[in-house]
Design a protein around this ligand. Structure first.
Ligand code: CP3
Length: 341
């Protein structure tokens, strides 16, 4: 279907646009009262994620409420560990929790490569419904976790400040680590291909825990797997967001992808230089700016847009925090939409 608003896709393709497109990581979720009400009503996160009608509804909520230039599929990166054989729970106000974890190389034998046809139909059915409902209004972003980030959750079994158990696994069992990363990579390729076949227009890989590895470890345990995914996915543009991987910006710019996401620790001018204008950049306002007053939100947003100066997709430097004042999220979106190069 012809898109009415294809600004995101034009920007991702490296075209000069009249203004940057804007969307927010975690736009579908707790910032919206209608999301919180629905999650309450169905008794929890997983009951939303696993129901295609509700996936569709929650994906559309921010498009209606905020007027963003893209929808992002409502799901979670943790559906991949589950489809590989490690089910997760989402514990209210605590986060993800896995009953079983990967503690030893032996544990990997219990896992399988994810088969999206068999276990991720709720996602692909959701994508089809979303596109029907969107009727070409804006593009739909699909996503997956990068293999290193998924590996971290499979080993730790929950969130962690240091992810020391995951990093220790790399030291004690490097070969098994590569075997598991490779299985996650194959699962992710199959999963993204299924999302694309169902209708997503662009995909983002989230390497949320990129920044806890050394540059050398990143080059060995994360980048090659991201690279394999980028090479396998060619039907739609790709965004790679490696949170905290300031040391990898040059390397990331050589991947077979169109867009690199930046977090707010990354200087914009320096990032442009390191990526040598080979990539469109996405980001990178500190989500905490949205807790300032309106003048601050406007001023900081415009300053960021000026600093990128083109070939840019406006976003925050990480997901929007759940308690952010909705008015300020709107102010951020409206400021970008009023901006012209
Ligand atoms: O709007 C969107 O961005 C789409 C939906 C989306 C969710 N998770 C829904 C969600 C996306 C893209 C994700 C990705 C995700 N999930 C990442 C990568 C992005 C990042 O933030 O770095 C990670 C690391 C996860 C794993 C995860 N899921 C954690 C650590 C948590 C708990 C922390 C938190 O934010 O609550 C989740 C839960 C989760 N995923 C929620 C939502 C809306 C909140 C659940 C709730 O309703 O209470």
């Amino acid at each position: 279907m012809q898109l009415q608003n294809d600004l995101l896709l034009r920007a991702a393709a490296g075209q000069q646009t009249e203004r940057p497109p804007v969307w927010l990581m975690r736009q579908a979720g707790r910032i919206l009262p209608e999301y919180r009400a629905l999650r309450e009503k169905v008794n929890g996160f997983k009951n939303l994620v696993e129901n295609p009608e509700l996936v569709c509804e929650v994906t559309l909520q921010p498009v209606r409420a905020l007027g963003v230039d893209a929808a992002i599929l409502f799901s979670d990166i943790l559906v991949i560990p589950e489809a590989m054989g490690l089910p997760y729970q989402m514990v209210e106000s605590k986060g993800p929790w896995f009953e079983q974890t990967i503690d030893t190389p032996e544990d990997i034998k219990k896992l399988r490569i994810a088969d999206p046809e068999a276990s991720l139909r709720f996602v692909t059915d959701g994508v089809k419904l979303i596109n029907q409902e969107l009727a070409g209004k804006v593009p739909l972003i699909g996503f997956a976790g990068a293999p290193w980030t998924i590996f971290s959750y499979m080993v730790e079994g929950k969130g962690s400040k240091t992810f020391s158990k995951a990093r220790t696994f790399l030291i004690q069992h490097p070969e098994a680590a590569h075997q598991l990363l490779s299985m996650i990579t194959d699962s992710t390729i199959a999963y993204l291909k299924a999302q694309i076949a169902a209708g997503v227009h662009i995909v983002q890989l989230f390497d949320s825990w990129a920044g806890i590895l050394s540059p050398q470890q990143y080059a060995v345990f994360s980048m090659p797997y991201i690279s394999r995914i980028c090479d396998a996915i060619n039907a739609v543009p790709k965004i790679v967001f490696a949170k905290g991987a300031f040391f990898a910006r040059h390397g990331l710019s050589e991947l077979n992808c169109q867009v690199i996401g930046l977090d707010w620790n990354m200087d914009i001018a320096e990032s442009k230089q390191l990526t040598g204008n080979r990539k469109v950049l996405q980001g990178n306002l500190d989500p905490c700016i949205l807790f300032g007053d309106k003048e601050t939100v406007k001023k900081e947003t415009i300053q960021m847009l000026d600093a990128f100066g083109g070939h840019h997709i406006a976003n925050l430097g990480h997901g929007v925090y759940p308690d952010t004042p909705l008015d300020n999220v709107k102010c951020f979106v409206d400021t970008v939409k009023a901006y012209r190069y």
